[in-house]
Design a protein around this ligand. Structure first.
Ligand SMILES: [Zn+2]
Length: 425
């Protein structure tokens, strides 16, 4: 019974004295060939390496379902906005995008990938601009960074027409070229087009491209305060029309906050029937949306509680790190989950569980990650937290002591804190 891994070979790694969320006491986790081989109160058998986590909490590693690795870290590179206008801000962004080389993009992306890994994330979905300004340079940079960090992290790229498709002639052809160059998913941003007809055409082009490459779709949807922005409804229609149920993700969906209740609940019900997944990005959208409102101000988030009640998978992403849209961020999903709780007013235990799932199981589901979890047979991507429960880890933003990727320790963090007091205290 205690022969070790399959065929009697020793386990590659044994984690001793782990605290797990769903079982009392402590457990051992045995890992072989990058997979979890056994989980039990005491797992015997030979192992090549052993790590005593001393009662710390072990969780499946975090999942980042929405980030823009081509733009991360660009804030210091942006020229000064002399007029303070949105038009000049866009012009400055375009200048940066026009001059970026793949090496420069890969270097910036690499810094944030390593930050993500150190904070416990081993799977990332990155949108990457593909348009007539930057061409394929941003994609080449992110693909290069993904290759350079393949031992630490798995990275999916989404071909993202940031400047529109109809209003950026040549973008559709570039998207096709990007898919041939190794893009993983088809992105989109239909609300950026001018008018409903163009938005519908935009979605159609994206869906046909996804069919041609037999790949999933992940679009930026209704990232605006405009209650008239209704591209989520168009995306749901297109999902059904193309038979792409279960293969489509809608990101942002800020306009949902501005819709009336009846329309919102009708669209939520149709999204559930079409198997559309969602990613909310509360950090960036709390900062960007509702800026022109007088009080009461819209919060720029989709209707999280209604969506959860309808059974929709709602994942949570970082979106931006230190760029022209968002000057903060460290690609730390535990921080993102805490922001999510505040933004969506998630405070009772079941709601906090949903927020923690939004950076773990739900995010994995939305990204189509197979073998995610702590059961035998799952990929051994784990994070060991200096905490004894996930709720406490969230509250305290617990240090990530070790991060394990396919059974190998890929990051470790040591923190030392001391309080100094005078003798007469
Ligand atoms: Zn985004």
């Amino acid at each position: 019974m205690n022969a070790g891994a399959a065929g009697g070979a020793p386990f590659d790694l044994m984690l001793r004295n782990c605290r797990l969320e769903d079982r009392p006491g402590q457990a051992d986790i045995a890992i072989s060939s990058g997979l979890i081989a056994r989980v039990g109160g005491r797992v015997d058998g030979e192992c090549r390496a052993e790590l005593d986590v001393e009662g710390r909490l072990v969780s499946s590693a975090f999942v980042q379902p929405h980030i823009h690795l081509d733009k991360v870290g660009t804030l210091p590179l942006l020229g000064r906005n002399r007029t303070g206008t949105l038009a000049e801000a866009i012009d400055i962004l375009h200048q940066t995008k026009r001059s970026a080389s793949p090496d420069e993009v890969a270097a910036r992306a690499g810094v944030v990938i390593r930050q993500a890994v150190v904070s416990g994330t081993t799977r990332i979905r990155s949108h990457v601009d593909v348009d007539t300004i930057g061409g394929l340079a941003p994609l080449r940079g992110v693909v290069q960074a993904a290759r350079e960090h393949a031992d630490l992290c798995e990275i999916q790229t989404v071909i993202f027409p940031q400047e529109g498709i109809i209003r950026d002639p040549g973008a559709a052809e570039l998207m096709d070229a990007a898919m041939r160059e190794g893009g993983d998913l088809v992105g989109g941003m239909p609300h950026w087009e001018t008018g409903e007809q163009a938005a519908r055409e935009h979605i159609g082009i994206c869906m046909r491209l996804a069919q041609r490459y037999d790949t999933d779709v992940d679009m930026h949807i209704d990232e605006t305060d405009d209650p008239g922005s209704k591209t989520l409804s168009m995306l749901i229609d297109a999902t059904v029309d193309h038979g792409w149920q279960g293969r489509v993700t809608a990101g942002h969906c800020c306009a949902m906050a501005a819709w009336d209740d009846a329309y919102a609940s009708e669209v939520i019900a149709r999204a559930a029937a079409a198997g559309v997944g969602f990613v909310t990005n509360p950090a960036t959208n709390l900062l960007l949306q509702g800026r022109l409102d007088s009080e009461p101000r819209r919060r720029g988030l989709p209707r999280i509680k209604e969506m959860l009640a309808a059974g929709l998978p709602v994942a949570c992403g970082q979106d931006c790190v230190h760029d022209g849209f968002y000057p903060f961020g460290t690609a730390d999903q535990l921080q993102v989950a805490l922001i999510f709780c505040h933004a969506a007013q998630l405070s009772v235990p079941s709601e906090i569980d949903a927020a923690l799932s939004a950076i773990r199981h739900t995010a994995a589901r939305v990204m189509g990650v197979r073998g995610y979890g702590l059961e035998p047979g799952c990929t051994a991507d784990l994070v060991v937290l200096d905490s004894d429960s996930m709720h406490e880890a969230l509250r305290q933003q617990a240090p990530r002591r070790w991060v394990i990727r396919r059974g190998s320790v890929v990051a470790s963090t040591h923190t030392t804190t001391a309080i100094g007091r005078s003798d007469d205290h």
